[in-house]
Write a protein that binds this ligand. Sequence first.
Ligand code: FAD
Length: 372
Amino acid sequence: MEKYDYLVVGAGLFGATFAYEAAKRGKHVKVIEKRPHIAGNIYTKEVDGIQVHQYGAHIFHTSNKKVWDYVNQFAEFNRYTNSPVANYKGEMYNLPFNMNTFSEMWGVRTPAEALAKIDEQRQEMAGKTPQNLEEQAISLIGRDIYEKLIKGYTEKQWGQKATELPAFIIRRLPVRLTYDNNYFNDSYQGIPMGGYTQIVEKMLASDLIDVAVNTDFYDHKDEFLESAQKIVFTGPIDQFFDYQLGELQYRSLRFETEEKSVGNYQGNAVINYTDAATPYTRVIEHKHFEFGKGDKDKTIVTREYPADWHRGDEPYYPVNNQENNQLYAKYQQLAAKQPNVIFGGRLGQYRYYNMDQVIAAALKTVDKEFSD
Ligand code: FAD
């Protein structure tokens, strides 16, 4: 087999950033991807002129100017501002919790009135130490907001009762005493006009990079290990070591996508369903990420269903509890004995990374790799 400088396993954002930087330094790179497309979970596909986020809503946000400038080399971003709306049994509330939410919930108009109401509600837990997520949320924000906007959503997300979930999951709840529906506090945010896939396409466009999709590392593991001097592995770290120390846990998701014959179905890109009875957590209407661009009489919506994860399912979210983190630390010790393999990305490093953090982590890896 041909000798590459690097074999990158996984054509997601981590693998692509590494491959791009390695090629820039004259290195010959092979990228293999088991899915039929590049870009990993940020993959977007155009349908009826609408960029459909195939693996859930992706909004780029960061306060890291270096990362923002970096990603802007590969796409032009619009001024999209994430402002999700919650639907609780037909009652609509703005998120994150802000003056619009409090006004809708309690009829209050000023920050002082809202604070007084929150304080009154928090009295329920006065003097008590929260023993679980439910008590923690009530101690931070009170029962009304907990019951309508936190309980059902969180229980669906974790597949567990809030009284059985540990308190530490919610360390703090951002409460904003202004009429500002911007979900993120970051300095920069937006959606790449024309979708995310182009970013990874451009990263992988070099003549020094060969890309093979529909190619699973484990189908020809020994050959792949021989094919390059070094491996950058962005799949699950426990799988790489054949689960020899045990299995890391993940949460999974199921997406149901549907085309609707209306121009505007829900009036917002993201609506969270915060009641317990609705089985999905969010409905995404993709065209709103680009302000209605696309077919004016059609729209595409995706319902997101949280799901338990079993080996073979798509591992979307690492479950970073103490037990899993300890197991991951043991896998890291095994990884340290493999100097020719670099583990990266949200599966290789078993960490919930946003896109900006993945780019930052990949650039850090590049610095380390090429500084000698
Ligand atoms: P991935 O994108 O998962 O890439 C890893 C790739 O490796 C995959 O394509 C996989 O198929 C491939 N692979 C695995 N095993 C093998 C193998 N054996 N052989 C070959 N290929 C293999 N971030 C934000 O900043 N903003 C958001 O709004 C946001 N929303 C999100 C919503 C959801 C539902 C999810 C799941 C994530 C969201 N993220 C968001 C996080 C974002 O998706 C990640 O930060 C980013 O995609 C991680 O890139 P990665 O390269 O580490 O992993």
